[in-house]
Design a protein around this ligand. Structure first.
Ligand code: KIV
Ligand code: ZN
Length: 504
């Protein structure tokens, strides 16, 4: 049985401090609910004294979320603590997170104080917070650069005053993993009463060591990690939740685990990235676009033979369908065959050789080989790209009235007519087509991309369809200046691929 590591998510506080990442209350509630489903233990919902908006968000998140503890940040100031307690009024489980700077820099140059006075203020803040809530976390700001002996005195005093969690932030992201790990060990070995509190890590990524430092802290006795989704946060960010969760799943020998439902990681990562307008760097561990993309022929062949040859994590574990094989001039036949199969073309022998030769010529000229390119290559050679379903007429009604669509389809020479309503013209048309075709299909991905720019631009649509009975996945493509028409044609293109595939 593993030791339990508590996950304290500060996406909505440290993460939201990032310029341009601000969310409104509704969006924060959406993120908080997603964090609850993800299985985090504590949600730091905001810094209530900082603005009426933050106060309101902590209040509303407290009402919206059931299982995790809701935490509110304060300085070691009575008014902050009172406002935080008020904001937490409706939380089922509540925590006040109070603290003060403890490094030489903070004591002398920020707070213009003395080490003894800082301890007095820290103790007073914790005692005051305990009047409102039982669960009080103390943060020793800039602990990463603080003297360990002094830090131990502060931590001992706040635990005696009633702190139930003690947070040791590497606020400036300065520590080396060995140094940070030794700091946590020093506290475990030298603070009287440390067994009465949980030690928390809170590491920033200024030198790219946030996750390594967090892990060093855990290995040396910390049992709470303060993290954010995608590692967002002040400056270079905070430790990322997904990295810590997956490190512990990959290294079971450490004997420590979290409550995180890792299959939700991709979904929550994308949600936070979209809401906060903060793209994830393509090579970001676990959630980057390339984290499971294989591009060299040797790796592709290895992964297709046995996934674990080049992958330490099964993409399904983080909620991704599968790793991707990126086609380049260095890709081999195995990768091309695999990709074509996903597109609905089962090719072997001479047929495959012929397409592979064409593919290599194209890949030499074009860096980015897309599915559309392969479809043209495959269609040219095999003729299977042509469809059995053809759209003869499409009429949609969009706007503020109930979106409606009417379609006339030709299926193998017979004409069918259908109409339906939907939450938009595409949804209405797709529903009408499904009622005629009679296949249980689910649209897994729907992407519209402008080819260049301007309102008269051509929209390129890519749809991924899953057949719920056979589980086959196919891709449909189309492009048109009318994006609704392009979307419906892409859907029909996908249906045709599915029919081709299932006839084989
Ligand atoms: O980085 C830091 O020190 C903080 C504290 C407020 C916990 O974010
Ligand atoms: Zn921080």
């Amino acid at each position: 049985m593993s030791d339990r590591l508590f996950v304290f998510d500060t996406t909505l506080r440290d993460g939201e401090q990032v310029p341009g990442c601000q969310l409104n209350t509704i969006e924060k509630i959406e993120v908080a609910r997603a964090l609850e489903v993800l299985g985090v233990d504590v949600i730091e919902a905001g810094f209530p004294i900082s603005s009426p908006g933050d106060f309101n968000s902590v209040r509303e998140i407290s009402k919206a979320v059931t299982w995790p503890t809701i935490c509110a940040l304060t300085r070691a100031v009575e008014k902050d603590i009172e406002v935080a307690a008020d904001a937490l009024l409706y939380a089922k489980k509540k925590r006040i997170h109070t603290g003060i700077g403890v490094s030489y820099y903070h004591i002398h140059h920020k707070l213009k104080s003395t080490p003894d006075e800082i301890i007095e203020r820290a103790v007073a803040a914790v005692k005051y917070a305990r009047k409102f809530v039982e669960d009080v976390e103390f943060y020793a700001e800039d602990a990463g650069r603080a003297d360990n002996e002094y830090l131990a005195r502060v931590i001992e005093a706040v635990i005696k005053a009633g702190a139930t969690t003690v947070n040791i932030p590497d606020t400036t992201g300065y520590c080396l993993p060995t140094e940070y790990g030794a700091k946590i060990k020093y506290l475990c070995d030298n603070v009287r009463g440390i067994e009465n509190a949980i030690i928390a890590t809170h590491c920033h990524n200024d030198l790219g060591m946030a996750t390594a430092n967090t892990m060093a802290g855990v290995i040396n006795g910390a049992r709470q990690v303060e993290v954010t989704i995608n590692g967002i946060g002040e400056r270079a960010g905070n430790t990322s939740l997904e990295e810590v969760a997956m490190i512990l799943r990959c290294h079971k020998g450490l004997g420590v685990d979290t409550n995180i439902n890792t299959q939700k990681i991709t979904e929550v990562s994308r949600m936070v990235s979209n809401l906060m307008n903060m793209p994830v760097q393509p090579n970001k561990a676990i959630v980057g676009r390339n984290a499971f993309a294989h591009s060299s022929g040797i790796h592709q062949d290895g992964v297709l033979k046995y996934r674990e040859n080049y992958e330490i994590i099964d993409p399904k574990e983080i909620g991704l369908d599968e790793s991707s094989i990126v086609l380049t001039a260095r890709s081999g036949r195995a990768a091309l065959k695999h990709r074509l199969e996903l597109l609905g073309f089962m090719l072997d022998g001479e047929e495959l050789d012929k397409i592979y030769d064409e593919f290599l010529k194209l890949a030499d000229k074009k860096k980015d080989i897309r599915d559309e390119d392969l479809l043209i290559l495959a269609g040219d050679t095999t003729g299977t790209g042509r469809g059995k379903i053809r759209i003869k007429r499409l009429q949609v009604l969009a706007g503020t009235l109930l979106p409606t669509a009417a379609v006339v389809l030709d299926i193998n020479g017979t004409e069918f007519t259908a109409s339906a309503t939907g939450n938009g013209p595409v949804d209405a048309a797709v529903t009408a087509i499904k009622s005629v075709v009679g296949k249980q299909v689910l649209i897994r991905e729907f992407l519209i991309q402008a080819m260049t720019k301007g309102s008269n631009d051509v929209g390129r649509v890519h749809i991924q369809i899953q057949h719920l009975e056979s589980n086959h996945l196919v891709h449909g493509f189309a492009a048109h200046t009318d994006v609704v028409r392009a979307a419906v044609e892409a859907f029909v293109d996908g249906l045709n691929k599915l029919m081709n595939l299932e006839e084989k």
